[in-house]
Design a protein around this ligand. Structure first.
Ligand SMILES: *Cc1c(COP(=O)(O)O)cnc(C)c1O
Length: 426
């Protein structure tokens, strides 16, 4: 916060951006992306481990974000053919792309084979056999890891847990050895190792350690049968502080990995998404109107960003900091207020009973830590166009995606000719 310029992000006054570009508007800090990627990598190099970083691009897949992370030496973890194409478009070497996901179509697997990507994380016996057939039929080889579900509860929100018995992801722990044996014999498959990803926004090293301990046991068991395991992909999931959580530092994740898998002569990889991207972005909005409530009920502050822009609060009850941009509001007296968007859903609440200064229509706010699972989850519900996006670095800023124009919302709609017949029988 600056007494003249109000709230700054990477040195740029956010009021300047909000006023020039309009709101709602996403802002991505390239410097923050770089700093966090370097810190994450450092946590491993300090322990003598050279880890491959495959950025989970579903967190924020803008071409500019991907370009920054490519420059920082990241590969990509992709979960669809669209993401695979997007990563290649951003110049990421296919050899550094990992394809995860519970439902890869034949067309998506063929794309991965033809692009000769580094690794396909297989999630079921059916998928393994299908991939082998596709690879053999096209005389290509799939480099494969088996994604194992280690039956570990990551202690996170139900909707972002992926490694428990009954979660849809991964190969059941008990079936993994049999499948690994099969994979090592199947044509078109070069089995390289194991992958696991137990969930997102994980706030203690304990579940990581439990999962990697199980994976280490599996590695040793498979090797004792004479099978080759060269690689373990440790997934993503490292949590961040949105409010008052005690998010573990990267050193805690590095420790969990090094203590369990570090001595096994493996190539190690991680797939961080949220940890890199969340604090590197924010969402700017303006106050449209205020709606006073009776005594004892928080007044409503109605803003021009909504659940179609930022879905996380309505989807996961997530908490995001909200800070007014103007300097005079920084130290003003606060009262509980509920910040809502204009969308016609009761769940369109960005913040409930939040202590905020008295805001006026036209005032601007920043919704913090929305760089991951923010803009990527936007929809055009209520015919609200996708918000503009801006990137900042070293005091420079630029629009990296202009606000969607309204016509494009319906330009692909087709009205059948026969509607003119107004229901006459043919
Ligand atoms: C979503 C996802 C990640 C990234 O999770 P974060 O919590 O954002 O770090 C990594 N790997 C896989 C397979 C995923 O689906």
């Amino acid at each position: 916060m600056d007494g003249q310029d109000g709230l700054l992000f990477e040195g740029v006054p956010l009021q300047t951006i909000a006023s020039a570009v309009g709101t709602p508007c996403w802002v991505t800090g390239a410097g923050t992306l770089r700093r966090r990627t370097r810190n994450l990598r450092k946590a491993f190099t300090e322990r003598g481990v050279d880890i491959a970083l495959h950025y989970a691009m579903k967190a924020n897949d803008h071409q500019a974000t991907l370009s920054v992370l490519r420059q920082e030496g990241c590969g990509a973890d992709v979960v669809s053919g669209g993401e695979l194409r997007r990563a290649i478009q951003a110049g990421i070497d296919p050899a550094h792309i990992v394809f995860s996901g519970v439902g890869k179509t034949d067309a998506e697997l063929m794309l991965a084979l033809q692009e000769e990507i580094g690794q396909i994380n297989v999630e079921s016996v059916e998928e393994l056999r299908r991939l082998s057939r596709l690879a053999r039929a096209s005389s290509l080889t799939a480099r494969v890891a088996l994604r194992v579900n280690p039956h570990i509860d990551a202690g996170t929100h139900d909707k972002i847990s992926t490694g428990r018995l009954g979660d849809k992801f991964g190969i059941d722990w008990d079936d993994a050895p049999t499948l690994y044996r099969e994979a090592s014999k199947l044509p078109g498959i070069e089995i390289r190792g194991l992958a696991t990803h137990i969930g997102s926004q994980i706030l203690t090293p304990t579940p990581f350690k439990a999962a990697y301990t199980r994976i280490a046991e599996l590695v040793s068991g498979l090797r004792s049968e004479g099978l080759t395991v060269t690689m373990v992909d440790c997934g993503g999931g490292l949590g961040v502080r949105y409010r008052d959580e005690l998010a573990p530092p990267p050193a805690a994740l590095a420790g969990a990995i090094v203590e369990t898998l570090g001595g096994l002569d493996l190539q190690l990889a991680i797939e961080p998404g949220r940890w890199i991207a969340a604090p590197a972005g924010l969402l700017l909005a303006s106050i449209i109107d205020l709606k006073a409530q009776r005594e004892g009920v928080s007044d409503f502050v109605i803003v021009d960003a909504a659940m179609n822009d930022l879905a996380r609060p309505s989807l996961y009850d997530s908490w995001h900091g909200i800070i007014p941009l103007a300097p005079d509001l920084a130290y003003a007296e606060t009262a509980p207020q509920t910040v809502v968007g204009p969308v016609c859903e009761s769940s369109d609440v960005l913040a409930k009973d939040r202590l905020l200064p008295a805001l006026r229509p036209g005032d601007q706010i920043a919704v913090l830590d929305t760089g991951a699972y923010g803009s990527v989850m936007s929809s055009t519900y209520n015919s609200r166009p996708l918000a503009a996006q801006v990137m900042i670095e070293n005091g420079k800023w630029q629009i990296i995606r202009k606000r969607q124009n309204l016509e494009s919302l319906w330009s692909d709609d087709v009205v059948p000719d026969w509607l003119d017949g107004a229901g006459t029988a043919t």
